[in-house]
Design a protein around this ligand. Structure first.
Ligand code: A3P
Length: 291
């Protein structure tokens, strides 16, 4: 992919690449001026870490286990991204409490966010699996740069020359101690391992309850194989010229460790070293970190 094509598809916002198809100066002005409500619930993620999964779980919790919202409203409408072009129109339609999504790093959030009581659920995923998921997403999404080979794409990922910048910067930004207990950190991996338990943690964090039976039904509905069939969540409503599922499905594999099918031993060493170097001062230990 030549530089010209890159420039055509992305613009740079505070050093972060954003696809022009979904973001504009207007949408970012709306985002910056966005008025947070005290009972807002934010799903914040680096892309490909489990955003869509949370866009299913949170509405089901808020509806008390009623499936109507997730069966009738597309995920981008029921939990809109605040920084996207369509946000203003979609957020106006939301009831209270609002469930909202953002891929922005913490320091770029709207100014009213920092002093608010809005709750945040931050999903982190092994960056190697994020890279793999993102690589295949770039193959199918025409509004993103062609990824090139996996090795070429890995270089760009480590350099932060992909949408929403460096994984390490994003993760570190959301570990800011000033957020206090307003944030719940949850990993994609723990959701895979024990989805019912993970939903239980989210219920506690949000001060909500579901009966044991409703929790079972919500858990079952949110399994990969079932969400993959939900036309309101699987992006099949998006036209093929924007997301081409003949190249890769949005609901691709939904597992842990697919990176092992993509990384050479050399790339694994290089990738581990680069991530370790940028994370070593943070004291954060993830379940996937090498022992
Ligand atoms: P893969 O490409 O590895 O399959 P996001 O929504 O942040 O863009 O993340 C997309 C990734 O989350 C994709 O990963 C997708 O398959 C996975 N995903 C979405 N819902 C899931 C679920 N219910 N269970 C497991 N993985 C899920």
């Amino acid at each position: 992919m030549s530089c010209n094509q890159e420039i055509k598809k992305y613009f740079v916002y505070h050093g972060i690449f954003l696809p022009k198809m979904a973001y504009s100066e207007n949408s970012l002005n709306y985002f910056k001026a966005f008025k947070i409500q005290e009972d807002d619930i934010f799903i914040t993620t680096y892309p490909k870490s489990g955003t869509t999964w949370m866009q299913e779980i949170i509405p089901l919790i808020l509806s008390g286990g009623d499936f109507t919202p997730v069966q009738t409203i597309p995920n981008w409408e029921r939990v809109p991204w605040v920084e996207e072009k369509r946000a203003a129109q979609l957020i106006d339609k939301l009831g209270s409490p609002r469930a909202l999504a953002s891929h922005m790093p913490y320091h770029l959030m709207p100014s009213t966010f920092f002093s608010s009581k809005a709750k945040i659920i931050y999903v982190t995923r092994n960056p190697k699996d994020v890279l793999v998921s993102s690589f295949h997403f770039h193959r199918m999404a025409s509004f993103l740069d062609d990824p090139g080979t996996f090795e070429e794409f890995a270089e760009k990922f480590l350099a932060g020359q992909v949408f929403f910048g460096k994984w390490t910067d994003h993760v570190k930004s959301w570990r800011n101690p000033e957020i206090g207990d307003r944030i719940l950190y949850i990993t994609y991996e723990e959701m895979i391992q024990d989805l019912r338990g993970a939903i239980g943690r989210i219920l506690c964090f949000l001060g909500r309850q579901l009966s044991a039976d409703a929790l079972d039904r919500v858990t079952e509905h949110c399994q990969f194989k079932n969400m993959k069939q939900n036309t309101m969540s699987n992006y099949s409503l998006v036209p093929k010229h924007l997301m081409d599922s003949s190249k890769s499905h949005f609901f691709r594999k939904g597992n842990v460790g697919d990176w092992k099918n993509h990384f050479s031993p050399e790339l694994e060493m290089k990738f581990n070293a680069a991530i370790h170097e940028e994370m070593k001062e943070t004291g954060i230990n993830f379940p996937w970190d090498e022992k």
